[in-house]
Design a protein around this ligand. Structure first.
Ligand code: C3B
Length: 810
C-alpha cells in the first residue's frame, strides 16, 4: 500500500495505528499523539517506495551523488511529505471526520533545526529537489541531539535555550544498527617500508568511535522516488571502553567516553564565524569518515566495479569546507584499505569530489592549527602534508620565485591547515552561489587558484524549493496560480512565467491583492496571539528575517526606523502610509554586536509602539525564534523584502528568493542574488540602492571613507547616532558597541554611507505602494520571474554540469 484510497481508508488505518501505538481510545489522544500517529502512517506509505528506489539505483548502477553538509535545516516534514505523496486532502478530510484539524496537528512537530541559516536551508532545498527530479542523490550529515538554540527575548535581549528537538522522538528516522562503522581519532601514524618495496602506513593507539546511521526518507513530488538523508550519531561500545582501558587507564577511558558523547551532541551555533574548536573538527571528520566508509562499502557490495572507476558511479559534493576532509579521507581509504597508489588515489579523488564555496568573509574561512589537527587526525595529517608538499613543488616549478603565489594556494601555511585551499585542490569543480559571488571568487578570494585551474570554476546560482516555499507555505497563492495558469508550474517552476500575461489584468490583480491580504491577516492573528500586539493588515508589511550579522545590516534598517520616528515626532501633522516593520533572526551566542542589534530593535520597538500617536503610523516588532516554520508564515505576508547587505558581502541570500516567489518587492543592494533578481524583474519592479560592490572594494583598498565625516556633516545621522549613547531611547539604554563599530571602527559595513540612499529608497517604496495597481503588477512580475530561483533549476545545473547524473524512474 502506498496511498490511502479515500478518507475512509485513512480513518481505519488511523484507528488501527493509534491503537497499536498508544493503547488508548481515539478521543483521549493528545494532539502530539495524533501528529505522531499520522507521521508513522506516512512513513508506512513511504517505505515501499523507499526500498524500491534503493533497489533500482543498485540494479541500474545509476550514478549517485552524496551531498555532505554539516547542516540540514529541514523544517517540519509531515506537511511536506503529505504534499509529496499527494495525500494532504485525504488526510485532512479523514482527520476532520475524527474531530481534528490538520492545521492544528502540523505544529505539533518540532522543527528539526539541524542548521544555522542559509547554508543549512539550501542543503534541505537541494535534497528536496533531487528527489523531485528523480535524481539519485542523498544527504550526509550529523544527528545532533540538540539543534540550533531556541531564542527567547527577555528584557529586550536574546537568551539561548537548548533545543531538545528529539525529546518526543522523531518519527521520520530509521536507526540502522547493522550499518554502523568505526571512526578513529588520535594515536600515532607513521610510514614504514612495505614488503613490495614501497611505503605503508602504520596507525596505532587510536581511539575508535562507533558511528551509527539514522536514515530519514526524502520524499519526491508525486513520483515514487524516495532518497535518503543519512544522519550519523556517535556512540561508544563496551569493547571500545575496554580498548581504552587497555591503552591507558581509567582516566583515559573516562575522558574517551565523554568526548564520544559530545561529538553528536550540539550543532555549532555559528553562521559565518568559526569558533575553531577541536570538537568541531572532530564533528567534521566524524561525519566525513562515517559517510565515506559507508559509500565505499556500498560500492564494493552493490556496484562491484573497480575502484579506479569510482567516480563514474559516485559523486561527492562538499557544502562549504566543513566536509573538506573527504579529500584526505578518500585518499586514506583508497590507499591504506584498498591498496591504490598515491597517483591513482589522487586521480579518483579529484574526479569524485566537487566543492561549493558559500562565503568570502575572512572570518568564516576555516583554518585549523596544525598541532591540533595532527594530534587529532595523525593519519589524515600525513596525507595532507604529502599532498601539500607535492602541490607546492609543482607551483614552485611552474612559477619559480613567486612565493606570494605559493602562499595563496598552500594547504599548509603559517602553522595552519587552510580548508578552502584543500577543497579547491582536491576537487574537479569549484562554484560560487550567485554570479557576483562566483566572480569575486575568481577575481580575489581564490584568484591564484583560478589562474592555476581556470576550468574548475563556475557559478551555480542558488535556488529554493518552490514546493516548500510556495505550494506548502502559501496555499492561497498556489490556488490562485492554478486557477490562472493551470497547475503545470507545480512540476515545472519555470511555468510561473505564464503569470506575466496576467500582470496587467485587473481581475487577477484584485485576487492577488486578496491573497496577500489573507496572508497578512493570518500573520496578524499569530502576532496578536503570541505577543498581544495588534498590527494593521492594511499597513505595509516590511520584513527582514535572517541571521543577525553586521554585514546583513539589520542596523541600517532599525536606524531608519528610528529616524522615521524622529521625523514623525518633529512633524505632528505629517502623514505616512502606515508601516509594520518586522524583524526576526538569531545572533550567534558570542557575537556581541549582533546581540546588541537585537536589543536595539526591541528598545526602538517599545519606543515606537508605546507612542499613541506614532503607533497609528508605524509598528515595530522583533519576532522570537525565527526558524523554518516561522518563515513559512512570514514570507507569504510580506509586501517588502529587506535585502540590504553591504554589496559584495552576501554570497547569495535565499530569503530574497522566497519573498519574491510570494510576491514581495525587493528593497535591496546590488549584492548576492539580488543582482539576478534585479535583472529578472527590472528597475520598475524592485528598488535598488546604495554602494556597489566595486565601490565598497575601492574604499577598502584605497581608503577615502570616513564615518566621522558622515556624522559631522549630517544632522539626521548625528541625531540617531547620539541617541545610541545618550540614554534617550528609554531606561537610559546605551549601545556603545554599535556606536563604536559605526564611528570608532569607521563603519566597516558602510551603514552610515548608505543611510541616506536607503531612506530615499524607503520613500520610493512608499510612493510605489500607493500606486496600487502598479504595485500589484510588480508583485505579479516578481512571482512570474521567481521560477528561475527554484532549486530545481539549480540542481539540474549541478546534475548536468558537475555531477553528470541522470534521472532514474523508480
Ligand atoms: C550562507 C551565505 O551567507 C548566504 O549568502 C548564502 O545564500 C547561503 O549560505 C547559501 O549559499 N552561509 C551560511 O549560511 N553559513 C556559512 N557558514 C557560510 C555561508
Amino acid at each position: 500500500m502506498n496511498t490511502w484510497q479515500d478518507k475512509e481508508e485513512f480513518k481505519s488505518e488511523f484507528t488501527k495505528k493509534a491503537h497499536i501505538l498508544w493503547e488508548k481510545d481515539l478521543p483521549d489522544l493528545t494532539p502530539n499523539e495524533v501528529y505522531q500517529t499520522v507521521a508513522f502512517m506516512v512513513r508506512d506509505l513511504v517505505s515501499e517506495d523507499w526500498i524500491r528506489t534503493n533497489e533500482t539505483y543498485a540494479e541500474e548502477k545509476a550514478k549517485q551523488v552524496y551531498y555532505f553538509s554539516i547542516e540540514f535545516l529541514l523544517g517540519r516534514l509531515l506537511d511536506s511529505n503529505l504534499i509529496g505523496l499527494g495525500m494532504e486532502d485525504v488526510c485532512r478530510a479523514g482527520l476532520k471526520d475524527l474531530g481534528w484539524d490538520l492545521d492544528r496537528i502540523i505544529p505539533e512537530e518540532r522543527d528539526p533545526g539541524l542548521g544555522n541559516g542559509g547554508l543549512g536551508r539550501l542543503a534541505a532545498c537541494f535534497i528536496d529537489s533531487l528527489a523531485a527530479l528523480q535524481l539519485p542523490g542523498h544527504g550526509c550529515s550529523i544527528r545532533y541531539q540538540y539543534g540550533l538554540f531556541n531564542q527567547r527575548i527577555i528584557d529586550d535581549q536574546q537568551v539561548e535555550l537548548p533545543d531538545s528537538w528529539l525529546a518526543d522522538g522523531f518519527p521520520w528516522e530509521v536507526k540502522k544498527v547493522d550499518k554502523a562503522v568505526n571512526v578513529r581519532f588520535g594515536g600515532n601514524a607513521y610510514m614504514r617500508p612495505s614488503e613490495d618495496g614501497g611505503l605503508e602506513c602504520v596507525y596505532e593507539k587510536y581511539s575508535s568511535v562507533r558511528a551509527v546511521p539514522y536514515d530519514v526518507p526524502i520524499v519526491g513530488y508525486h513520483n515514487h522516488t524516495v532518497n535518503t538523508l543519512r544522519l550519523w550519531r556517535a556512540e561508544y561500545s563496551r569493547e571500545d571502553m575496554y580498548r581504552e582501558l587497555s591503552l591507558g587507564d581509567r582516566h583515559r577511558a573516562f575522558h574517551y567516553k565523554n568526548s564520544v558523547q559530545l561529538i553528536s551532541r550540539f550543532l555549532y551555533p555559528e553562521d559565518s564565524t568559526e569558533e575553531g574548536r577541536k570538537l568541531r573538527l572532530m564533528q567534521e571528520y566524524f561525519m566525513v569518515s562515517a559517510g565515506l566508509q559507508s559509500i565505499v562499502r556500498y560500492y564494493k557490495k552493490k556496484i562491484k566495479e573497480s575502484l579506479y572507476k569510482f567516480d563514474q558511479y559516485i559523486a561527492i559534493h562538499i557544502n562549504d569546507t566543513h566536509p573538506a576532509l573527504v579529500i584526505p579521507e578518500l585518499m586514506r581509504i583508497l590507499m591504506d584499505e584498498e591498496g591504490l597508489s598515491w597517483d591513482a588515489a589522487w586521480n579518483v579523488t579529484v574526479r569524485t569530489v566537487a566543492y561549493t564555496n558559500h562565503t568570502i568573509l575572512p572570518e568564516a574561512m576555516e583554518r585549523w592549527s596544525i598541532p591540533m589537527f595532527k594530534s587529532l587526525l595523525p593519519r589524515i595529517y600525513l596525507i595532507v602534508e604529502e599532498l601539500n608538499r607535492r602541490w607546492l613543488a609543482e607551483v614552485r616549478k611552474r612559477f619559480p620565485g613567486d612565493e606570494d603565489k605559493a602562499r595563496d594556494v598552500a594547504v599548509l601555511w603559517d602553522g595552519q591547515v587552510h580548508m578552502a585551499h584543500l577543497a579547491v585542490l582536491g576537487s574537479h569543480s569549484v562554484n560560487g552561489v550567485a554570479e557576483i559571488h562566483s566572480q569575486i571568487l575568481k577575481d580575489s578570494t581564490l584568484h591564484q587558484f583560478y589562474t592555476c585551474f581556470p576550468s574548475r570554476f563556475s557559478n551555480k546560482t542558488n535556488g529554493v524549493s518552490h514546493r516548500r516555499w510556495l505550494i506548502q507555505s502559501n496555499p492561497q497563492l498556489a490556488g490562485l496560480l492554478d486557477d490562472t495558469i493551470g497547475p503545470d508550474w507545480r512540476l515545472e517552476a519555470k511555468r510561473l512565467i505564464d503569470v506575466e500575461k496576467f500582470s496587467k489584468d485587473p481581475a487577477f490583480l484584485e485576487r492577488l491583492a486578496q491573497v496577500k491580504q489573507t496572508r497578512k491577516y493570518i500573520l496578524a492573528d499569530y502576532i496578536q496571539q503570541k505577543y498581544e500586539v495588534k498590527v494593521d493588515p492594511a499597513s505595509i508589511f516590511d520584513i527582514q528575517i535572517k541571521r543577525i550579522h553586521l554585514y546583513k545590516r539589520q542596523l541600517l534598517n532599525i536606524l531608519h526606523v528610528l529616524h522615521l520616528y524622529y521625523v514623525l515626532k518633529a512633524n505632528p501633522r505629517m502623514q505616512i502610509t502606515p508601516r509594520t516593520f518586522l524583524f526576526g533572526g538569531k545572533a550567534a551566542a558570542g557575537y556581541g554586536e549582533a546581540k546588541q542589534t537585537i536589543k536595539l530593535i526591541n528598545v526602538v520597538a517599545r519606543l515606537v509602539n508605546n507612542d499613541r500617536r506614532i503607533r497609528k503610523q508605524m509598528r515595530v516588532l522583533f519576532l522570537e525564534n525565527y526558524n523554518v516554520s516561522l518563515g513559512q508564515l512570514l514570507f507569504p505576508a510580506a509586501d517588502v523584502s529587506e535585502q540590504i547587505s553591504t554589496a559584495g558581502k552576501e554570497a547569495s541570500g535565499t530569503g530574497n528568493m522566497k519573498f519574491m516567489m510570494n510576491g514581495a518587492i525587493t528593497l535591496g543592494t546590488m549584492d548576492g542574488a539580488n543582482v539576478e533578481i534585479h535583472r529578472e524583474v527590472g528597475d520598475d519592479n524592485c528598488v535598488i540602492f546604495g554602494l556597489r560592490a566595486n565601490e565598497v572594494m575601492d574604499y577598502y583598498i584605497h581608503g577615502g571613507y570616513s564615518s566621522w565625516n558622515m556624522y559631522s556633516e549630517d544632522a539626521d545621522i548625528r541625531q540617531i547616532m547620539n541617541s545610541l549613547v545618550d540614554g534617550s531611547l528609554g531606561n537610559g539604554e546605551s549601545f556603545g558597541m554599535l556606536y563604536d563599530s559605526l564611528l570608532d571602527r569607521n563603519d566597516e559595513f558602510f551603514v552610515l554611507k548608505d543611510f541616506k540612499p536607503y531612506c530615499q529608497a524607503q520613500q520610493e517604496i512608499e510612493r510605489r505602494y500607493n500606486k496600487r495597481l502598479q504595485w500589484l503588477h510588480s508583485s505579479a512580475v516578481n512571482i512570474a520571474h521567481s521560477g528561475y530561483f527554484s532549486s530545481d533549476r539549480t540542481i539540474r545545473q549541478y546534475a548536468s554540469g558537475i555531477w553528470h547524473l541522470k534521472p532514474v524512474k523508480s
